[in-house]
Design a protein around this ligand. Structure first.
Ligand SMILES: [Fe+2]
Length: 121
């Protein structure tokens, strides 16, 4: 960033992540909490991978293209890890069912977030 003349800005509240946190089940049986945390993390990682893919594909700069491509691969691996962990500790059908609920929640929620030019969610 320094080399390119940028400075790191202040960290902002992330409305997308906050909305996901509101959907997450808290309390109750530990396996319910575990499943939701793993799926929330999986979703965030999956969307990061998608963003980095778009960045990588949309850039002309060869260095940045590769830089973001590597991030994309890494984030996709994190997504896979959280899904694999969920399937390791919980029945796969239950994981699939709850994952669908997360995707439906996100699809609806994302249409309600204000569009802003300074974020990618
Ligand atoms: Fe990650």
């Amino acid at each position: 960033m320094k080399k390119r003349g940028f400075a790191l800005g202040k960290q902002r509240k992330d409305a997308y992540v906050n909305e996901l946190m509101n959907f997450q089940q808290r309390g109750g049986a530990p396996d319910v909490v575990l499943l939701d945390r793993l799926l929330q993390f999986a979703l965030i990682e999956a969307r990061s991978a998608e963003r980095f893919r778009l960045l990588s594909e949309g850039l002309e700069d060869a260095y940045l293209k590769e830089f973001y491509r590597k991030f994309m691969i890494s984030e996709a691996g994190h997504y896979r890890l959280f899904i694999d962990l969920a399937n390791e500790y919980l029945p796969e059908e239950r994981v699939r069912q709850r994952w669908t609920e997360w995707l439906e929640f996100e699809a609806d929620m994302i249409t309600k977030l204000p569009v802003r030019g300074d974020r990618m969610h």
